[in-house]
Design a protein around this ligand. Structure first.
Ligand SMILES: CC(C)(COP(=O)(O)OP(=O)(O)OC[C@H]1O[C@@H](n2cnc3c(N)ncnc32)[C@H](O)[C@@H]1OP(=O)(O)O)[C@@H](O)C(=O)NCCC(=O)NCCS
Length: 243
């Protein structure tokens, strides 16, 4: 497998088709807009098996609320037949190397916190940190992965600075997520919508009470977020809890 930086129009056409395949989307980012990104400060990486494009990672510079310029990672997708083989991780490591060389302080992106594969990938494989929660971040999206649900998201930041140590000790709560939320959303869409709303509401109330996510754990029936009470936030610890 090889990682290459994409610039050519024909490569961007294939990248746009890959997005349509991975997300089951009828409206992927058009090659003309991808071209704007890659020729004006953005980064489109492609993973190739022989000559076949099997994964993409798209990112561009952006400003955050503190007016810090960071690298915003907008798309990461690997074709279903090539997942679980480290392709996603290789794309993100290459993105990280580039961001570090360019002097960005961190890479930031959102993900659906109920999708176990993405949660595990972002927090455990990459070691990114949940920095905030965004209610219905993109409105309703109609592609096959989002299926017209409100887009509740976790915002993660992947620091490029020498490791800053986050507090990991203290009272702990675990919050389980379904093993395959997307399969559930496909067979029981209304149930998945309600679960997403309720689960996110609970996550927000824990966040507001001063709890923070410090990694994930594999459990018998899936993976769970590990929440730790933040010091001095007026948390009333109730000991270990399983939501
Ligand atoms: C997210 C995605 C890019 C990961 O790509 P990938 O090539 O499979 O990633 P890797 O092989 O490098 O790592 C996958 C990790 O997730 C784990 N994983 C996969 N499914 C899982 C599940 N249901 N529960 C828990 N962990 C899971 C794998 O075991 C592996 O972790 P490990 O190395 O600790 O075993 C890919 O799943 C994808 O394209 N998803 C659809 C698009 C999408 O949702 N993109 C948004 C990404 S935030």
């Amino acid at each position: 497998m090889q990682i290459r930086r994409l610039f050519e129009h024909q490569d961007l056409v294939v990248a746009s088709l890959l997005e349509a395949t991975v997300w089951g989307a009828s409206d992927p980012i058009p090659p003309s807009l991808l071209s704007v990104f890659v020729h004006h400060g953005g980064l489109m990486l492609g993973a190739y098996s022989r000559d076949q494009l099997i994964g993409i990672a798209l990112a561009f510079p952006a400003r955050d609320g503190e007016r810090v310029t960071y690298l915003h990672s907008h798309l990461l997708g690997v074709l279903p037949g090539f997942r679980g083989q480290g392709v996603g991780e290789s794309l993100k490591r290459a993105q990280r190397d580039w961001a570090q060389d360019e002097g960005f302080p961190y890479v930031g992106w959102t993900y659906d916190p109920l999708v176990a594969a993405n949660a595990w990938f972002n927090l455990s494989v990459l070691g990114a940190s949940v920095a905030s929660l965004k209610t219905n971040a993109y409105g309703r999206l109609t592609d096959a992965l989002n299926r017209d649900r409100p887009t509740h998201r976790f915002w993660v930041e992947w620091s490029l600075n020498p490791k800053t140590s986050a507090q990991t000790e203290g009272p702990v709560r675990m919050m389980l997520i379904p093993d395959d939320f997307q399969a559930m959303a496909s067979s029981r869409p209304q149930y998945a919508r309600d679960l997403s709303d309720q689960w996110f509401e609970t996550a927000q109330s824990w966040w507001q009470d001063g709890w923070r996510i410090r990694g994930m754990e594999r459990m018998l029936d899936g993976v769970a977020y590990r929440w730790v009470a933040r010091d001095g936030e007026g948390v009333k610890p109730k000991g270990d809890e399983l939501f």
